[in-house]
Design a protein around this ligand. Structure first.
Ligand code: S3P
Length: 175
């Protein structure tokens, strides 16, 4: 049984959900994703929530869901890229787990996200939106305990790196 959550944060397209799922499988622990939980509890897809009430409406759902998932049995929690824009969310995240920030070069993110349809904030010129948002959000993930650049790494490699650090920190007997 894990003592605390492993919480993955980072910009859209850095691989949080894919890596988080693999990590949870390795650790044989629960995995919860805030975007998935928002969609499940709201009964609507994220683009729909944005259409109905704008970004603020989505952020209210996201905050409510974050609070709920942090209260669950310790496991892996993956989050939406903008969750850290709310200072209260940041303080909850910091006090509830070991925080890993994933990143990737702008070029790599552009490659991964250029044709994305599921993220309302990238509508229009996705490349330009990635550039603008990445710039606007500079520094917001800096509170993490571990930083990993996923550029050129597979999700499996990234998950292995996280696992290694986690084992070193907690002692392998506990995982
Ligand atoms: C968002 C990131 C998305 C999702 C929503 C808003 C953001 O999650 O929460 O579209 O503001 O960065 P991913 O980071 O999983 O793409």
């Amino acid at each position: 049984m894990m003592g605390k959550h492993i919480i993955l944060i980072g910009f859209m397209g850095t691989g949080k959900s894919t890596v988080g799922e693999m990590l949870a499988e390795k650790l044989e622990c629960p995995w919860l994703d805030t975007d998935t939980e928002v969609e499940r509890l709201a009964g609507k897809k994220i683009p729909r929530l944005f259409e109905e009430g704008g970004e603020a409406h989505f952020r209210r759902w996201e905050k409510k869901v974050l609070k709920q998932v942090l209260e669950q049995t310790p496991g892996v929690i993956t989050t939406g890229g903008g969750i850290v824009l709310d200072p209260e969310n940041v303080s909850w995240i910091r006090s509830s787990g070991w925080v890993v920030a994933l990143d990737a070069s702008e070029e790599e993110l552009l490659r991964r996200l250029a044709t994305d349809q599921s993220r309302p904030l990238l509508r229009g010129d996705a490349r330009q939106r990635v550039r603008d948002l990445k710039r606007a959000r500079q520094g917001v993930y800096d509170f993490a305990d571990l930083f990993l650049d996923t550029t050129g790494s597979s999700p499996r490699e990234t998950a292995a790196k996280i696992l290694q650090q986690w084992k070193e920190m907690t002692g392998s007997s506990r995982v």
